[in-house]
Ligand binder design. Structure first.
Ligand SMILES: C[S@@+](CC[C@H](N)C(=O)[O-])C[C@H]1O[C@@H](n2cnc3c(N)ncnc32)[C@H](O)[C@@H]1O
Length: 412
């Protein structure tokens, strides 16, 4: 039986994928105590802790080395410090240290696609040339679960380093999916809080009454606003008082720029009057909608939810079905995002507050369901803490993709 080691083991996505393909795990490392205990419960093997402290002589011989090294230093949601990130950016060197000593036949890595491009490709050059120097042929491919019939869009890069010959990856088309296919009924679900349901119902009234013309972010604070789309800090106060701020608030009594900013939408106020380029189209479109629907919207904004991020609607669903509750919803800092039920949004490790909502049931996705999005339904146990569970699931590698890749490893 061929063997593997599971570095940065987490929930064990590599473990599930490879053991299904007939490989045996002989060593694992996971620094988080709760995850290590869970791994032991699920797989009967206790991972050692911090890999930096492990003597290579204590790592058993193995045929395949697997490492889903931490992605926070590279992901677009993080600070993109790459290998300079002091906490975990250099953990790839721990992988190289073990490879140099043990020379496994294959190395499987998984991470966010940004590892290829970050720091002008310097990080990837380091990984690639180090593995080539150790005698490996390195190839990589970006895959998403939706190419494997799983309703999640989550692109990750899969790297295979082989001592024999370069592995060839094929392109895979997207397969039509439906989030309904992974829902688990009859378990205890977390219902969406009442205030959030009210906010959604309020936006539904908007959708029922406004002709939908454009897929963009609707910014309710722009309804009635007239402030010019230029750097407001450069305009004299005497000029600014002629305009209207968020929800048409008059600026005529403002005596300073600070007074003005306090009456502007929060996305302009926090930039001290600078208008971010990316938001100007949404501002213009939202004002256009207001000009065509003023009577309805003046009434509608009176009961808008006070939470400013709930005053923005990011419509990513179809134009043909404007029922929020037939879609997937996320309450994000950037707004309420509504997406098609064909795919769940990418599970993100760093922001467990964005847990997707199943509109038609007005409930959150359950960890058991999120596990299915990662092909981890084979885990008998998950963490009991909901937030930690989603964080780990968002960090995990998709076991079905690993199974698929493991089938490419030749041994003859
Ligand atoms: C991106 S996750 C990998 C998840 C894993 N592939 C899975 O399927 O769940 C990275 C994991 O590395 C762990 N980790 C971070 N630093 C570590 C270290 N120095 N030694 C061992 N594990 C570490 C984290 O706790 C986290 O669980």
């Amino acid at each position: 039986m061929k063997t593997f080691i599971d570095l940065f083991a987490g929930l064990g996505g590599f473990h599930l994928g490879l053991s299904r393909a007939g490989y045996q795990c002989v060593f694992a490392s996971e620094i988080d105590g709760d995850l290590a205990s869970l791994y032991e419960r699920n797989f009967g093997l206790r991972p050692v802790g911090d890999i930096r402290k492990v003597d290579v002589n204590h790592v058993p011989k193995h045929d395949v080395l697997c490492a889903g090294f931490p992605c926070q230093p590279f992901s677009s949601a993080g600070k993109k410090q790459g290998a300079k990130c002091p906490k975990s950016g250099r953990l790839i060197n721990e992988v190289l240290r073990i490879v140099e000593f043990h020379h496994p036949e294959y190395i499987l890595l998984e991470n966010v696609p940004q590892i290829i491009t970050i720091q002008n490709g310097e990080f990837w050059k380091h990984v690639n040339s180090s593995l080539a120097r150790l005698g490996y042929h390195v190839t990589y491919k970006i895959y998403s679960p939706k190419q494997f019939g799983i309703p999640q869009n989550r692109e990750r890069v899969f790297v295979v380093a082989s001592k024999r010959h370069a592995i060839e990856f094929e392109d895979r088309p997207e397969i039509a999916c439906d989030v309904n296919s992974i829902l688990v009924h009859g378990i205890k679900h977390r219902l969406v809080e009442e205030a959030k349901v009210e906010a959604l119902e309020h936006w539904q009234k908007y959708l029922d009454n406004i002709e939908f013309t454009y897929c963009h972010t609707v910014l309710a604070a722009e309804f009635g606003a007239t402030y010019p789309l230029t750097d407001l800090g450069l305009l004299p106060i005497g000029e600014l008082v002629k305009y209207r701020g968020a929800f048409g608030m008059s600026l005529c009594e403002c005596r300073s720029h600070a007074d003005v900013y306090a009456r502007l939408p929060e996305y302009i106020a926090k930039k001290n009057g600078k208008i971010p380029e990316w938001i100007t189209t949404s501002i213009r479109k939202s004002r256009e909608i207001y000009s065509k629907n003023q009577v309805f919207l003046d009434e509608w904004v009176k009961s808008i939810p006070p939470n400013t991020s709930w005053q923005k609607l990011e419509w990513r669903a179809e134009r043909g079905n404007l029922n929020i509750f037939e879609n997937i919803i996320q309450f994000r800092a950037s707004g309420i995002r509504v997406s098609r039920p064909t795919h769940a949004p990418s599970l993100v490790a760093m922001t467990p507050t964005q847990i997707p909502i199943i509109g038609k049931f007005k409930r959150y996705l359950a960890p058991k369901e999120a596990a299915k999005l990662q092909a981890l339904e084979g885990l008998r146990h998950l963490l009991s803490d909901n937030t930690k569970s989603f964080k780990a699931l968002g960090n995990a590698v998709n076991a079905k993709i690993i199974y698929f890749i493991s089938k490419k490893l030749a041994w003859e």
